[in-house]
Design a protein around this ligand. Structure first.
Ligand code: BT5
Length: 266
């Protein structure tokens, strides 16, 4: 990664400290340890390659060298923010989605559709371009720090082969051409998180998050662990960021975690 470009891209943002690695196991692991030992608010860990990148439930996240964005941002929530921390994944997803909507397109192509696949994926034209992993550092009963880990496929070489994937993936390059600068995308995502953060507790925040959701009004299936999947029509979000579905009998269902997919009609 171009260090001069990186410094320039981050110079105007009100970040804490920044740790850059050519290669690391997982930026989230580094950020969690740093947060526990007193990192400042908005400190950032960024790496050009991850050798043990993590998704949810100990799944793997692939970050080949020189092709992707992989970073973790540490937030030290204020007293006002603490009641709304379950919305943090939405904060990150909205910032990622917004950063993509404003990017230039390859001449002559239609603008790709950017959506959030609840809870933590960002899709470009229905395929996963970025994943988010939010983790917390606790101090007794209270959350002391939140780590927002974001991985994004920038170049085509970042996209893992299909047999390693549960859901189809894509890269920015595929839709926006080869000239996307990782440092600029990073800047836009961080700037978006910083700008949205004061609104995290508002109704308009939830409304924007809902508006960006993929599969709204469609029949979906949510798999959450070993039990049978929950099915229903995706209606929207609860105030804590949980997913709201309506079952066939019209009853409302709330889902707190899981993997969403469109229900097959076959
Ligand atoms: C995620 O989990 O999507 C969260 C990914 C978070 C990665 C960032 S990178 C910086 C920070 N440091 C870390 O160690 N992690 C964070 P989940 O929804 O559980 O999806 C994981 C699944 O995505 C895997 O099981 C694969 O099927 C798929 N996958 C892995 N690498 C991918 C990639 N590069 N692009 C698209 N899909 C991928």
């Amino acid at each position: 990664m171009n260090q001069i470009e990186l410094k320039r891209a981050l110079s105007k943002l009100p970040l804490g400290d920044v740790r850059y690695f050519d290669s690391i196991g997982s930026t989230n692991n580094e950020a969690l340890a740093w947060a526990a030992s007193g990192a400042k608010d908005l400190s950032l860990v960024i790496a050009d390659e991850q050798t043990a990148g993590r998704g949810r439930l100990d799944r793997k996240w692939f970050t080949p060298k020189g092709t992707a964005l992989a970073f973790s941002l540490i937030l030290r929530p204020t007293t006002e923010e603490k009641p709304h921390l379950t919305r943090t994944v939405g904060l990150a997803a909205l910032a990622v989605a917004d950063s993509l909507r404003t990017r230039g397109l390859v001449h002559g192509t239609a603008a790709p559709v950017t959506q959030i696949k609840w809870p933590n994926d960002v899709l470009l034209n229905g395929r996963k371009v970025a994943g988010i992993l939010v983790e917390s550092v606790w101090s007794g009963e209270e959350v002391d720090c939140v780590v927002i880990g974001i991985g994004m496929n920038v170049a085509k070489g970042a996209v893992p082969s299909a047999e390693l994937l549960q859901f189809p993936a894509t890269s920015l390059e595929e839709w926006l051409g080869p000239h996307v600068q990782r440092e600029k995308v990073l800047h836009d995502i961080l700037a978006g998180i910083i700008a949205l953060r004061p609104h995290i507790g508002t109704d308009s925040f939830i409304a924007s998050w809902e508006k960006a959701l993929a599969f709204r009004g469609e029949q979906i299936q949510v798999e959450a662990g070993s039990g049978s999947p929950v099915t229903g029509k995706l209606l929207g979000l609860e105030s804590d960021g949980s997913l709201r579905l309506s079952a066939e009998d019209g009853k409302s269902i709330t889902v707190r975690f899981g993997d969403v997919r469109l229900r097959s009609h076959g």
